[in-house]
Design a protein around this ligand. Structure first.
Ligand SMILES: [Zn+2]
Length: 41
C-alpha cells in the first residue's frame, strides 16, 4: 500500500517557476509559482 503512495508522488509533474522555468522544490505548501531565486527578489 505504501509503495502505491510513493509511486503516486513520483509520477506527479514537478512545479516550474513562472518566471524562469526552473523546477521548484516543493518543501512548503504555500510556495506559490516561483522558485527560490525569483521568490526573494
Ligand atoms: Zn524562478
Amino acid at each position: 500500500m505504501l509503495e502505491n503512495v510513493i509511486e503516486f508522488f513520483r509520477n506527479l509533474p514537478k512545479k516550474k517557476c513562472d518566471k524562469c522555468g526552473e523546477p521548484i522544490e516543493e518543501q512548503h505548501e504555500c510556495y506559490g509559482n516561483h522558485c527560490d531565486k525569483c521568490n526573494t527578489l
